[in-house]
Ligand binder design. Structure first.
Ligand code: 5GP
Ligand code: MG
Length: 483
């Protein structure tokens, strides 16, 4: 699989007359956990399109002076996730274009799995490309007309049939915020791998605007209200006619990424209408039932495993207590630690709270072990802090397979549970005991309110919902060109 992988944050807003760039800035600020490599905002009035992108956190990428030229009535924004690849502005989103039908902007979260095929189709069509990003392919595919395009027809957006075609030709994961003269379009791939939701934003003199975000945690800080998720395979338009929707006639089994519940989403978000925090607590409770251990206290690894830690303590009838303090200002640093400090990377981020740990048998709850470079140093940190025993409990099953749908979990070689058994991992991390939540246990929790719901759990069970062979589906020129 080529090209940069990215678990990102996307946002869109339709609110003519409001300061949409500023609102987008604060929405991206709330979606910062989804990506720290770069941030960008593009705004339009339907004719002109302006953008600014910068490296680092949203607060590093934007100054007041950068926001000022971003005028318009609607906007999109993007936070990009840092991968091990080069940190470069060239891949920073949103991507924008001028077209025959006015400006076009796109912000993408996910990973397109048939990028090579799409790239070939576009190049054959005479479309030039300037990055190796799969997101640029989506943008350029939108710029290609569909057959018999009836531009400018009253009440019809030229962009809708093009977006519908995109749902047919692009495979893999893509939650999109697309901006053009007709408003803000939101789109989720037919499996719905990555989340996307809609909100309502009261502003000005009794006006109602609309927003689109990867997660609902972006809404409260900007004064918006969660309306609903965009459904897998659905296209929505936020514009002068409010929220409009088009659904694909054929939608495969939904396969939202279960890792969003495990790690990625912010706990104060609702996914599929449910509190991420509460689900994580239930993971912890379930884990306590499945793999109890004699101990004195339960400590969660800040921040992502705190809800699971609380749930484990509740399920086990043990005291939940803080045992690790995380430096909350750590953000993303471009300063690389030297060799000595790199060995102690976890120590740059966490310190043990000796006052709570001394002499205690500790259950350390984390949400996941991926490469296996974090858990060992954390166990050692707790022992240094005085813990008598350290029992590690992981509130998800062993991650055994790479993700091709946008989460950067590394390759088979890098994923520790692909290489080692649970007992070997226990020895590797130096824990007194180690247990993971079972896959049926995790799926029971996420399916509690709807037993029939489908999820992608490929990183745990290797059962990929889509073909990963780029090029097996023979796309024809007509698929790009024709409606
Ligand atoms: P590892 O086992 O790879 O050393 O790291 C596991 C730790 O990384 C866990 O504490 C988990 O919360 C966190 N984690 C899991 N997935 C991701 C991810 O995609 N990105 C980042 N930055 N951390 C992750
Ligand atoms: Mg963590």
């Amino acid at each position: 699989m080529s090209g940069p992988k990215h678990e990102c944050g996307v946002f869109g807003i339709w609110a003519p007359g409001a300061d949409v760039a500023r609102i987008t800035f604060f929405a991206l600020y709330a979606l910062q956990h989804r990506g720290q490599e770069s941030a960008g905002i593009a705004t339009t009035d339907g004719e002109r399109i302006v953008k600014h992108r910068g490296l680092g956190l949203v607060t590093q990428a934007f100054t007041e002076d950068d926001l000022r030229p971003l005028e318009g009535g609607w906007a999109i924004g993007h936070n990009r996730y840092s991968t091990r690849g080069a940190t470069t502005l060239r891949n920073a989103q949103p991507f924008i274009l001028q077209t025959l039908h006015g400006p076009l902007g796109l912000a993408h979260n996910g990973n397109v799995t048939n990028a090579r095929t799409l790239r070939q189709l576009l190049l054959e069509r005479g479309v030039g490309l300037s990055t190796n990003s799969d997101s640029e392919l989506l943008l350029k595919a939108l710029a290609v007309p569909v057959r018999d395009e009836r531009a400018g027809e009253v009440g019809e957006s030229v962009w809708l049939p093009r977006l519908q075609r995109l749902l047919r030709v692009a495979e893999g994961a893509y939650s999109l915020a697309v901006m053009n003269r007709d408003g803000i379009f939101g789109l989720r791939d037919p499996h719905g791998f990555r989340p996307l939701c809609i909100g309502e934003l009261p502003y000005g003199d009794g006006q109602i605007g609309y927003v689109l975000a990867s997660e609902s945690c972006a809404f409260a800080p900007i004064g918006a209200r969660y309306v609903r998720d965009v459904e897998p395979g659905e296209i929505v338009r936020l514009g002068p006619r409010g929220i409009e929707s088009w659904r694909s006639p054929t939608v495969p089994r939904p396969a939202m990424c279960v890792f969003e519940y495990v790690y990625f989403a912010r706990p104060d978000s609702d996914l599929e209408g449910r509190s991420v925090h509460l689900l994580r607590q239930r993971f912890g409770e379930r884990l306590a039932q499945e793999s109890p251990v004699a101990a004195d206290i339960v400590v969660g690894v800040p921040d992502s495993a705190l809800p699971a830690g609380i749930g484990f303590a509740r399920g086990a009838g043990l005291e939940y207590i803080e045992g690790l303090i995380k430096n909350r200002y750590i953000g993303r640093t471009f300063i690389q630690p030297d060799a000595r400090l790199r060995r102690d990377k976890v120590r740059l981020k966490y310190t043990p709270l000796r006052a709570n740990l001394a002499g205690k048998r500790v259950v350390l709850v984390d949400d996941s072990i991926v490469r296996g470079s974090t858990a060992g140093p954390l166990v050692q940190l707790l022992r240094d802090g005085g813990a008598a025993e350290v029992h590690v409990r992981i509130s998800s099953p062993p991650v055994r397979h790479p993700c091709f749908m946008g989460v950067d979990l590394g390759t088979h070689d890098e994923i520790i549970a692909h290489q080692k058994s649970v007992e070997e991992i226990r020895q590797h991390i130096g824990a007194d005991s180690l247990a993971y939540l079972s896959l049926p246990g995790m799926l029971d929790v996420v399916r509690e309110s709807d037993a029939a719901r489908g999820y992608c759990s490929a990183c745990f069970d290797g059962d990929y919902p889509i073909s990963l062979e780029d090029g097996t589906t023979k796309l024809q020129f007509e698929d790009i060109h024709g409606a």
